[in-house]
Design a protein around this ligand. Structure first.
Ligand SMILES: Nc1ncnc2c1ncn2[C@@H]1O[C@H](COP(=O)(O)OP(=O)(O)OP(=O)(O)O)[C@@H](O)[C@H]1O
Ligand SMILES: [Mg+2]
Length: 240
Protein backbone atom coordinates (compact mmCIF):
# COMPACT_ATOMS: atom_id res chain seq x y z
CA UNK A 1 0.00 0.00 0.00
CA UNK A 2 1.46 3.36 -0.93
CA UNK A 3 0.97 6.72 0.72
CA UNK A 4 -1.26 8.05 -2.05
CA UNK A 5 -3.81 5.31 -1.39
CA UNK A 6 -3.74 6.26 2.26
CA UNK A 7 -4.89 9.83 1.73
CA UNK A 8 -8.42 10.37 2.94
CA UNK A 9 -9.75 12.69 0.28
CA UNK A 10 -13.10 13.13 1.95
CA UNK A 11 -16.64 12.85 0.72
CA UNK A 12 -19.11 15.44 -0.46
CA UNK A 13 -18.43 18.95 0.83
CA UNK A 14 -15.04 17.99 2.26
CA UNK A 15 -16.53 15.72 4.93
CA UNK A 16 -13.73 13.49 6.25
CA UNK A 17 -15.34 11.87 9.27
CA UNK A 18 -18.98 10.92 9.30
CA UNK A 19 -20.99 8.65 11.55
CA UNK A 20 -24.65 7.79 11.82
CA UNK A 21 -26.94 5.93 14.20
CA UNK A 22 -24.15 4.72 16.46
CA UNK A 23 -25.23 2.54 19.32
CA UNK A 24 -23.04 0.85 21.90
CA UNK A 25 -24.03 -1.30 24.84
CA UNK A 26 -21.96 -2.82 27.60
CA UNK A 27 -23.16 -5.89 29.48
CA UNK A 28 -22.25 -5.67 33.15
CA UNK A 29 -23.39 -8.92 34.71
CA UNK A 30 -27.14 -8.87 34.28
CA UNK A 31 -27.21 -5.14 33.70
CA UNK A 32 -26.88 -3.55 30.27
CA UNK A 33 -25.55 -0.02 29.95
CA UNK A 34 -26.58 1.72 26.75
CA UNK A 35 -23.81 4.22 26.25
CA UNK A 36 -24.62 5.35 22.70
CA UNK A 37 -28.19 5.36 21.39
CA UNK A 38 -28.03 6.69 17.86
CA UNK A 39 -25.20 9.22 17.85
CA UNK A 40 -24.45 10.94 14.53
CA UNK A 41 -21.91 13.54 13.45
CA UNK A 42 -19.89 14.80 10.54
CA UNK A 43 -16.70 16.85 10.39
CA UNK A 44 -15.11 18.53 7.38
CA UNK A 45 -11.56 19.27 6.41
CA UNK A 46 -10.21 22.21 8.38
CA UNK A 47 -12.97 21.98 10.96
CA UNK A 48 -12.61 21.58 14.71
CA UNK A 49 -15.49 20.00 16.63
CA UNK A 50 -15.63 19.92 20.43
CA UNK A 51 -17.44 17.02 22.10
CA UNK A 52 -18.55 17.85 25.60
CA UNK A 53 -20.60 15.90 28.12
CA UNK A 54 -20.63 14.59 31.67
CA UNK A 55 -18.12 12.04 32.91
CA UNK A 56 -19.38 8.61 31.88
CA UNK A 57 -21.55 10.02 29.08
CA UNK A 58 -19.67 7.93 26.50
CA UNK A 59 -17.26 10.44 24.94
CA UNK A 60 -14.24 8.13 24.97
CA UNK A 61 -16.41 5.26 23.70
CA UNK A 62 -17.56 7.46 20.81
CA UNK A 63 -14.01 8.55 19.98
CA UNK A 64 -12.73 4.96 20.01
CA UNK A 65 -15.47 3.99 17.56
CA UNK A 66 -14.72 6.97 15.29
CA UNK A 67 -11.04 6.02 15.38
CA UNK A 68 -11.79 2.42 14.30
CA UNK A 69 -10.43 1.16 17.62
CA UNK A 70 -13.79 -0.23 18.67
CA UNK A 71 -16.93 -1.44 16.86
CA UNK A 72 -20.40 0.00 17.36
CA UNK A 73 -23.31 -2.40 17.94
CA UNK A 74 -25.24 -0.54 15.27
CA UNK A 75 -24.59 2.38 12.98
CA UNK A 76 -21.75 3.28 10.66
CA UNK A 77 -18.56 5.32 10.45
CA UNK A 78 -17.09 6.71 7.25
CA UNK A 79 -13.51 7.94 7.17
CA UNK A 80 -12.47 9.68 3.97
CA UNK A 81 -15.52 8.23 2.24
CA UNK A 82 -14.79 4.62 3.25
CA UNK A 83 -17.25 2.69 5.42
CA UNK A 84 -14.99 1.44 8.20
CA UNK A 85 -17.28 -1.45 9.18
CA UNK A 86 -17.02 -3.10 5.77
CA UNK A 87 -13.22 -2.96 5.50
CA UNK A 88 -10.82 -5.84 5.97
CA UNK A 89 -8.96 -5.73 9.26
CA UNK A 90 -5.80 -4.99 7.30
CA UNK A 91 -7.32 -1.95 5.60
CA UNK A 92 -8.77 -0.78 8.90
CA UNK A 93 -5.36 -1.03 10.52
CA UNK A 94 -3.86 0.92 7.62
CA UNK A 95 -6.43 3.70 8.08
CA UNK A 96 -5.75 3.78 11.83
CA UNK A 97 -2.04 4.14 11.19
CA UNK A 98 -2.07 6.43 8.17
CA UNK A 99 -5.16 8.62 8.31
CA UNK A 100 -6.08 8.91 11.98
CA UNK A 101 -4.05 10.44 14.78
CA UNK A 102 -5.42 9.38 18.16
CA UNK A 103 -4.59 11.07 21.46
CA UNK A 104 -5.74 8.72 24.23
CA UNK A 105 -7.16 10.07 27.47
CA UNK A 106 -4.73 7.81 29.34
CA UNK A 107 -1.77 8.34 26.91
CA UNK A 108 -0.93 4.63 26.37
CA UNK A 109 2.80 5.25 26.00
CA UNK A 110 5.00 2.18 25.62
CA UNK A 111 6.82 1.93 28.96
CA UNK A 112 9.90 0.18 27.58
CA UNK A 113 10.49 2.72 24.81
CA UNK A 114 11.99 6.15 25.28
CA UNK A 115 10.13 9.33 24.36
CA UNK A 116 11.50 9.56 20.81
CA UNK A 117 10.72 5.92 20.06
CA UNK A 118 7.18 6.37 21.36
CA UNK A 119 6.64 9.32 19.00
CA UNK A 120 8.13 7.35 16.08
CA UNK A 121 5.90 4.35 16.66
CA UNK A 122 3.10 5.24 14.18
CA UNK A 123 5.59 5.66 11.37
CA UNK A 124 6.88 2.14 12.01
CA UNK A 125 3.33 0.79 11.89
CA UNK A 126 2.63 2.55 8.60
CA UNK A 127 3.95 1.23 5.29
CA UNK A 128 3.99 4.68 3.75
CA UNK A 129 5.85 5.97 6.81
CA UNK A 130 9.19 7.74 6.89
CA UNK A 131 12.51 5.94 6.94
CA UNK A 132 14.14 5.61 10.32
CA UNK A 133 16.41 8.67 10.10
CA UNK A 134 13.70 10.96 8.75
CA UNK A 135 11.26 9.59 11.35
CA UNK A 136 13.73 10.42 14.14
CA UNK A 137 14.08 13.93 12.76
CA UNK A 138 10.33 14.42 12.59
CA UNK A 139 9.90 13.01 16.11
CA UNK A 140 12.48 15.53 17.35
CA UNK A 141 10.61 18.40 15.65
CA UNK A 142 7.27 17.30 17.09
CA UNK A 143 8.75 16.99 20.58
CA UNK A 144 10.16 20.50 20.18
CA UNK A 145 6.68 21.75 19.17
CA UNK A 146 5.11 20.35 22.33
CA UNK A 147 7.88 21.79 24.50
CA UNK A 148 9.69 18.52 25.20
CA UNK A 149 12.79 18.94 23.05
CA UNK A 150 14.99 18.35 26.07
CA UNK A 151 13.31 15.07 27.07
CA UNK A 152 13.79 13.08 23.86
CA UNK A 153 15.71 10.24 25.54
CA UNK A 154 13.73 10.01 28.75
CA UNK A 155 11.56 7.03 29.58
CA UNK A 156 7.81 7.60 30.07
CA UNK A 157 7.99 6.84 33.82
CA UNK A 158 10.43 9.74 34.21
CA UNK A 159 7.83 12.21 32.93
CA UNK A 160 4.95 13.96 34.65
CA UNK A 161 1.37 13.22 33.56
CA UNK A 162 1.19 16.40 31.48
CA UNK A 163 4.51 15.63 29.82
CA UNK A 164 3.33 12.12 28.92
CA UNK A 165 0.18 13.67 27.52
CA UNK A 166 2.27 15.88 25.24
CA UNK A 167 4.32 12.89 24.08
CA UNK A 168 1.03 11.17 23.22
CA UNK A 169 0.03 14.23 21.20
CA UNK A 170 3.34 14.31 19.31
CA UNK A 171 2.90 10.60 18.55
CA UNK A 172 -0.61 11.20 17.19
CA UNK A 173 0.79 13.77 14.75
CA UNK A 174 3.72 11.63 13.58
CA UNK A 175 2.13 10.50 10.28
CA UNK A 176 0.54 13.91 9.64
CA UNK A 177 -2.96 12.40 9.85
CA UNK A 178 -5.98 13.83 8.03
CA UNK A 179 -8.13 13.24 11.10
CA UNK A 180 -7.05 14.03 14.65
CA UNK A 181 -9.11 12.54 17.48
CA UNK A 182 -8.05 13.91 20.83
CA UNK A 183 -9.53 12.71 24.12
CA UNK A 184 -8.99 15.45 26.72
CA UNK A 185 -5.64 16.48 25.20
CA UNK A 186 -5.14 19.26 27.73
CA UNK A 187 -6.69 17.53 30.75
CA UNK A 188 -3.40 17.45 32.66
CA UNK A 189 -1.86 20.66 31.41
CA UNK A 190 -1.71 24.11 32.98
CA UNK A 191 -3.47 26.87 31.03
CA UNK A 192 -0.35 28.14 29.31
CA UNK A 193 0.98 24.74 28.18
CA UNK A 194 -2.52 23.58 27.24
CA UNK A 195 -3.06 26.76 25.25
CA UNK A 196 0.15 26.21 23.29
CA UNK A 197 -0.75 22.56 22.58
CA UNK A 198 -4.19 23.58 21.35
CA UNK A 199 -2.85 26.40 19.22
CA UNK A 200 -0.67 23.80 17.52
CA UNK A 201 -3.71 21.57 16.86
CA UNK A 202 -5.87 24.43 15.60
CA UNK A 203 -3.09 25.57 13.31
CA UNK A 204 -2.92 22.09 11.75
CA UNK A 205 -6.65 22.05 11.34
CA UNK A 206 -6.78 25.56 9.85
CA UNK A 207 -3.66 25.67 7.70
CA UNK A 208 -3.41 22.05 6.66
CA UNK A 209 -7.12 21.24 6.48
CA UNK A 210 -7.06 18.56 9.16
CA UNK A 211 -10.36 17.48 10.71
CA UNK A 212 -10.16 17.75 14.48
CA UNK A 213 -12.45 16.22 17.09
CA UNK A 214 -11.61 17.18 20.65
CA UNK A 215 -13.27 15.71 23.71
CA UNK A 216 -13.01 18.26 26.45
CA UNK A 217 -14.33 19.35 29.82
CA UNK A 218 -12.84 22.81 29.29
CA UNK A 219 -15.16 25.62 28.22
CA UNK A 220 -12.20 27.57 26.86
CA UNK A 221 -11.20 24.67 24.61
CA UNK A 222 -14.79 24.13 23.48
CA UNK A 223 -15.19 27.84 22.75
CA UNK A 224 -12.09 27.78 20.51
CA UNK A 225 -13.59 25.09 18.26
CA UNK A 226 -15.77 25.89 15.24
CA UNK A 227 -18.65 23.80 16.56
CA UNK A 228 -19.66 22.18 19.80
CA UNK A 229 -21.76 19.10 20.39
CA UNK A 230 -22.92 17.65 23.69
CA UNK A 231 -23.17 13.91 24.28
CA UNK A 232 -26.10 13.24 26.58
CA UNK A 233 -28.40 10.22 26.84
CA UNK A 234 -26.41 8.53 24.12
CA UNK A 235 -26.98 11.10 21.39
CA UNK A 236 -25.19 14.25 20.22
CA UNK A 237 -26.89 17.61 20.51
CA UNK A 238 -25.55 20.70 18.75
CA UNK A 239 -24.59 23.43 21.23
CA UNK A 240 -24.94 27.07 20.20
N1 LIG B 1 -15.15 -1.82 28.35
C1 LIG B 1 -16.19 -1.43 29.09
N2 LIG B 1 -16.96 -2.32 29.75
C2 LIG B 1 -18.04 -1.93 30.45
N3 LIG B 1 -18.44 -0.65 30.57
C3 LIG B 1 -17.71 0.28 29.95
C4 LIG B 1 -16.54 -0.04 29.17
N4 LIG B 1 -16.03 1.10 28.66
C5 LIG B 1 -16.82 2.08 29.10
N5 LIG B 1 -17.83 1.60 29.87
C6 LIG B 1 -18.90 2.38 30.51
O1 LIG B 1 -19.48 3.23 29.51
C7 LIG B 1 -19.74 4.51 30.05
C8 LIG B 1 -19.09 5.56 29.21
O2 LIG B 1 -17.68 5.50 29.36
P1 LIG B 1 -16.70 6.51 28.63
O3 LIG B 1 -15.32 6.16 29.03
O4 LIG B 1 -17.00 6.51 27.18
O5 LIG B 1 -17.17 7.92 29.27
P2 LIG B 1 -16.57 9.38 29.09
O6 LIG B 1 -17.67 10.27 28.63
O7 LIG B 1 -15.35 9.33 28.25
O8 LIG B 1 -16.19 9.79 30.59
P3 LIG B 1 -14.97 10.70 31.16
O9 LIG B 1 -15.38 12.13 30.90
O10 LIG B 1 -14.97 10.37 32.61
O11 LIG B 1 -13.72 10.29 30.46
C9 LIG B 1 -19.29 4.48 31.49
O12 LIG B 1 -20.40 4.27 32.32
C10 LIG B 1 -18.36 3.30 31.56
O13 LIG B 1 -18.37 2.67 32.80
MG1 LIG C 1 -13.36 9.64 28.62
Amino acid sequence: MNSIEMTATGGAGGVVVEAGGLTKRYEMGRKTIEVLRGASLSVRRGEALAVIGASGAGKSTLLHILGALDHPDEGWVRIGGELVGTLSSRRRAAIRAGVIGFVFQSYHLMPEMDVTENVMLPSMAFNGGLRWKAARRRAAELLEQVGLGGRANHMPFELSGGEQQRVALARALMNDPEVILADEPTGNLDDETGGAVLENLFMLSRDRGRALIVVTHSETVAASCHRRTRLADGVLHAVE
